[in-house]
Design a protein around this ligand. Structure first.
Ligand SMILES: NC(=O)C1=CN([C@@H]2O[C@H](COP(=O)(O)OP(=O)(O)OC[C@H]3O[C@@H](n4cnc5c(N)ncnc54)[C@H](OP(=O)(O)O)[C@@H]3O)[C@@H](O)[C@H]2O)C=CC1
Ligand SMILES: Nc1nc(=O)c2c([nH]1)NC[C@@H]1CN(c3ccc(C(=O)N[C@@H](CCC(=O)O)C(=O)O)cc3)C=[N+]21
Length: 281
């Protein structure tokens, strides 16, 4: 058996073409250009690269972006007042605060200061709560992108045992809630989980989001499973070891070219959705 490759790069590309047409239609109908504001605090080079990738994606589909770069020594108060300004700015329809922020900043308070209407990256407590309850809200970008990818490839989720490794506020936890809402039976593992290998061995669907290169071993994964790797490390390595998996699992996401492009795609599609809902845009 040769695994189905869940090609996030190709899917994101074709969805960008549809988005580009939708942005044009929105503007032809009298809408203003949808604008995503991205905030980067500090000078971490990989964060700067990710933000640039998001700005480039906006440009490719004809959306505007506003880039706000703040010094590493920014205080919580200063960041909160910047977010408040963007909340009130009628030209901005989405706000992205790049994670992580320097440690003196209360990241949760800053995420939660983003008005729900403009939370196109799905990071607020309110958005998470609404999404978890099955109410309308923008999903956290990475798990939302993963759900779009699974849906595109008709991966069955109902009744399946999904094992999510990682419980971070913008990845593992919302991923688990989305899979639960799609009627999967969900197990969430984290750094205190005792029997990781045995739990992974039971999984029909595995989502790796631990932030440790190849922590999840190929040998733990059963034949026929669906393998989703959100991890991204230098050298094109994910959180899941892939050796030999292509010949025995049902489907897998490549790294790179899997989850990453779908994250950006979720962000920009949700930005257009926000523009369509907001009366000011
Ligand atoms: N492609 C994309 O678009 C994106 C990719 N990423 C990637 O996804 C990965 C996860 O990111 P993120 O969620 O932000 O990371 P965090 O560091 O915030 O969270 C990591 C999670 O993994 C858990 N964990 C750590 N070590 C172990 C272990 N030994 N066994 C089991 N669980 C463990 C932690 O548990 P505990 O809670 O107990 O500490 C925590 O819940 C990273 O590789 C990151 O680069 C992230 C965002 C977007
Ligand atoms: N508030 C917030 N929201 C995020 O969504 C968020 C964040 N903070 N902080 C950092 C992580 C990281 N992240 C990535 C997005 C795309 C790729 C991506 O497209 N990667 C390409 C490879 C790119 C390359 O290196 O060429 C791929 O996987 O194919 C990777 C990582 C979003 N994040």
């Amino acid at each position: 058996m040769s695994a189905l490759i869940l090609d996030g790069k190709a899917l994101a590309k074709s969805r960008e073409q549809q988005l580009q047409a939708a942005v044009k239609k929105f503007q032809d109908g009298g809408g203003l250009q949808p604008v995503l504001a991205t905030i980067l605090v500090g000078d971490d080079p990989s964060s700067a690269t990710y933000v640039q990738m998001k700005i480039n994606a906006c440009a490719r589909v004809g959306m505007g972006s506003r880039f706000i770069r703040l010094p590493a020594a920014t205080t919580t108060q200063e960041l909160l007042s910047k977010i408040d300004q963007l909340n009130k700015d009628p030209d901005v329809c989405g706000i992205l605060l790049q994670h992580p922020v320097p440690e003196q900043i209360d990241e949760r308070a800053c995420f939660d200061a983003i008005t729900i209407e403009k939370d196109v990256d799905g990071v607020t407590t309110q958005g998470f709560g609404q999404m978890s309850m099955g109410e309308q809200a923008f999903g956290s970008a990475t798990p939302a992108g993963i759900m779009t990818l699974l849906k595109h490839y008709d991966i069955p989720l109902s009744g399946k045992h999904a094992v999510v490794l990682g419980r971070s506020p913008i990845l593992g936890k919302p991923m688990a809630a989305m899979l639960l809402n799609a009627n999967a039976t969900v197990t969430i593992c984290h750094s205190r989980t005792n029997n990781l290998a045995a739990l992974v061995a039971q999984a029909d669907i595995i989502v790796g989001a631990v932030g440790k290169p190849e922590l999840i071993k190929a040998a733990w994964i059963k034949d026929g499973a669906v393998v989703v790797d959100a991890g991204y490390h230098a050298g094109g390595i994910g959180d899941i070891e892939k050796a030999g998996l292509e010949n025995r699992v049902a489907a897998l996401t490549p790294v790179p070219g899997g989850v990453g492009p779908m994250t950006i795609n979720a962000l920009i599609s949700q930005t257009l959705e926000s523009a369509e809902k907001l009366e000011t845009c």
